[in-house]
Write a protein that binds this ligand. Structure first.
Ligand SMILES: [Zn+2]
Length: 316
């Protein structure tokens, strides 16, 4: 894979991408490259059968818990409560006669939360046990193949969702352009990715976080600028928003202990110092919740939040 400049006839590259790192999570040696012209950060090219990798091995290498591998049921139960916030964000764009597709739906926690908001739901998930969970436990059709091989009819999907999946695909511009034929007349895409301008990555420059952050499955690392350019090059226009799922407590933990909290659930929860019902504890927890809200807003305002989403439609 190359930087985004190869798609852009007007933006002729004036610099070759520079090496910003040589090591990924788990100590894997591989170069991370950055192009100053398009601001795209990406792993040095390497051939791999990604569909085969995601079928079984991925969740063994990268579990939501840093402690151990989780079952599909445990993964579903862990993420399901956080879908309330996600539905709050995407809900205003949905109608109850829409057919929606989520690519990389994992255990279907988001598809499950969508049930009251849309007509038909479809999932694509390469992980065989997660896809089986979606079909058997949630009763939602779920394919284990790329959209082009799934049998999904062209022009049939009103919204294609991708949450923390787009950074895994090879050649994101071609991948996104390949979604266009499957969208209906009113069709749109909603794509959420990590933001490489994340406060923990650059301004705080926590090397232990960088060792954890850059990982082999993440081929692309988007900034607000390169994410917007990618969408445009794929023939989409729309709007971006910043998302901060991890708390002030999570950032304080990284800054002081220089290590992740024990699981994603603890890292995303609203911080509390105690759980008794005393006036003091209630006041402290209320103050913490306010500080947490303010901090998340500050990160978003400065485009330093950990993730960002693009909502767009075909056409420039
Ligand atoms: Zn470039």
């Amino acid at each position: 894979m190359d930087c985004l400049c190869k798609y852009s006839s007007s933006e002729v590259p004036t610099s070759t991408p520079t090496v910003v790192r040589t090591k990924l999570r788990h100590g894997i040696e591989r170069k991370v490259l950055h192009c100053e012209v398009c601001d795209f950060v990406f792993l040095e090219p390497q051939s791999a059968d990604l569909q085969e990798y995601y079928r079984e091995q991925y969740r063994k290498d990268y579990s939501p818990s840093v402690v151990r591998e989780m079952s599909p049921r445990e993964t579903f139960e862990m993420y399901r409560p956080y879908m309330v916030e996600r539905i709050g964000r995407v809900g205003p764009h949905l109608l109850n006669d829409m057919t929606v597709l989520e690519i990389g739906c994992s255990t279907g926690h988001f598809l499950d939360a969508l049930a009251p908001h849309v007509g038909e739901r479809i999932g694509i998930e390469y992980n065989a046990s997660h896809a089986a969970f979606v079909r058997n436990e949630l009763g939602v059709p779920c394919y284990t193949a790329p959209i082009q091989e799934s049998g999904i009819a062209q022009g049939s999907i009103d919204v294609i969702f991708m949450f923390h999946v787009f950074e895994h695909v090879e050649d994101p511009v071609s991948f996104l352009a390949g979604m266009r034929p499957y969208l209906s007349e009113r069709g749109s895409v909603y794509i959420e990715v990590p933001n490489v301008d994340d406060a923990l990555v650059s301004p705080y420059a926590i090397s232990e976080y960088a060792d954890f952050y850059y990982r082999e499955p993440h081929i692309s690392y988007f900034s607000p600028r390169s994410f917007n350019l990618t969408a445009r090059l794929a023939g989409f226009s729309g709007e971006q928003e910043m998302i901060q799922r991890y708390s002030l407590m999570n950032h304080m933990h990284w800054v002081s202990a220089r290590s992740p909290m024990k699981d994603a659930e603890s890292g995303m929860a609203t911080p509390t110092f105690a759980d008794d019902e005393s006036d003091f504890t209630l006041a402290v927890n209320q103050w913490l919740a306010k500080a947490d809200d303010d901090y998340r807003e500050l990160l978003k305002k400065h485009e330093r939040a950990e993730s960002m989403a693009f909502l767009g439609r075909p056409g420039l």
